[in-house]
Design a protein around this ligand. Structure first.
Ligand code: NAP
Ligand code: F7E
Length: 350
């Protein structure tokens, strides 16, 4: 068992929740950064909560926001982490076109605020940056660590900046800082407006007769979709290496949105073509057409290989939606969805 201490930003998100589980299993003391909101955002990690009144918990949460550099410094001083996993970001590509400045400040400059806090406090901690395959944009596949970037969204541009500032702090100040260039990874904990979760949930709802149609944008985009719990293991492996370096993490396979629809709908015995409608509001002003990652370096140096490929992933996600208890499903028809918060102005860039 490890006696290390980790700080995880974005602990309430998909990856943060799986990473917290992994680190706790390994015996880490895990500190998580949580931004304050008017309602609790800890649904994905509630099962890990331990009452601090009964014993000193191995998971400890702290309020903090990526916009607040001084708070990040204070927390680092107090926590003295051995490892910092920086996962927090405005992570939705379509939303980044609506909120480019905010995305730049959180997804881009948020990384600088953390790295600068590490530099100023002089802590000898290791740093993981959640870089993204979106940085490759239109550069043809397969994409690997030396493939040139061509970001196609404010999100991707912000991630590309964060990638380079991470490398710069490694080269300039000798900080053990790594970039994990992760291709799409999904799970039943994926945010509800990302396409895989949206499709899996709709397949289950349509099969139950709770919904008739699913509205989607570009069905031709191809993605390399892996399984999130396996990808957080790669993050941990990167920080255990003596020499900091950058790694692509991917399955090496690619499927279109149309393929993913077929996989989920056939799994519940439905023909998706009878239920899917096109909505141009889900198109992006500039799209990323085709991503396939080459993760041979991660296999060679980290001993990491994926076992769950897209067809199995689609089944895992659809089964989770089919089995989800009614109380947890909510009434999505009355909840704000991607479509109900898009305004006429949001469509102007096209
Ligand atoms: P996610 O589910 O959207 O989680 C994002 C996390 O960031 C949430 O905990 C969110 O808090 C937090 N956050 C957002 N803005 C913040 C702020 N201003 N201050 C503090 N915390 C803030 O994302 P994910 O899928 O787990 O991805 C984790 C990271 O990997 C992200 O950086 C993402 O861009 C990157 N990435 C993801 C993928 C993928 O396929 N999933 C691939 C490559 C890279 P709330 O819960 O309060 O919203
Ligand atoms: O879109 C198309 C859409 O939003 C996938 C983030 O985790 O992975 C994620 O970014 C594709 C795109 O993920 C809808 O146009 C069609 O081509 O699920 P997505 P993403 O944009 O690939 C990367 C690696 C990250 O780093 C990001 O943080 O699906 N698509 N119709 C749609 N997408 C959405 N969301 N909704 C639709 O209705």
């Amino acid at each position: 068992m490890s006696h290390k201490t980790a700080l995880v930003t974005g602990i309430t998100g998909q990856d943060g929740s799986y990473l917290a589980e992994l680190l706790l299993e390994k015996g880490y003391l895990v500190h998580g950064l949580v931004r304050r909101s008017s309602s609790f955002s800890t649904g994905r990690i509630d099962h890990l909560y331990q009452d601090p009144h009964e014993r000193a918990p191995a998971l400890r949460l702290h309020y903090g926001d990526l916009a607040d550099g001084s708070r990040i410094s204070t927390l680092l001083e107090a926590i003295q982490p051995d490892e910092v996993y920086h996962l927090a970001a405005q992570s939705h590509v379509r939303v980044s076109f609506d909120e480019p400045e905010f995305t730049g400040s959180t997804t881009g400059l948020g990384t600088t605020r953390l790295l600068e806090a590490i530099r100023m406090t002089g802590l000898p901690c290791r740093f993981y940056q959640a870089s993204s395959s979106e940085m490759y944009g239109t550069t043809p596949p397969p994409q690997h660590e030396s493939t040139p970037f061509h970001p196609r969204s404010p999100y991707a541009a912000a991630k590309t900046y964060a990638y380079w500032i991470t490398r710069n702090y490694r080269e300039a100040y000798g900080i053990h800082a790594v970039n994990g260039i992760l291709f799409n990874h999904e799970s039943p904990r994926r945010g509800e407006t990302f396409v895989t979760r949206k499709i899996a949930r709709a397949a289950a709802r349509i099969a139950r007769g709770e919904q008739q149609f699913l509205h989607l944008g570009n069905l031709e985009a191809r993605r390399d979709w892996g399984y999130a719990p396996e990808y957080v293991d790669a993050m941990w492996r990167m920080l255990q290496r003596e020499e900091p370096d950058d790694y692509v993490v991917a399955t090496g396979t690619s499927y279109s949105v149309r393929d993913f629809l077929t996989l989920c709908f056939e799994h519940v015995g439905l023909d998706w073509e009878r239920h899917v409608r096109f909505d141009e509001r889900y198109l992006r002003p500039s799209e990323v057409p085709d991503l396939i990652g080459d993760s041979s370096k991660a296999a060679r140096e980290l001993g990491w290989t994926p076992t769950v490929l897209t067809p199995e992933l689609a089944q895992i996600m659809t089964d989770a939606e089919v089995e989800s208890p009614p109380a947890l499903r909510g009434d999505v028809s009355t909840r704000p969805q991607e479509d109900s918060i898009l305004t006429a102005q949001d469509q102007s860039p096209r």
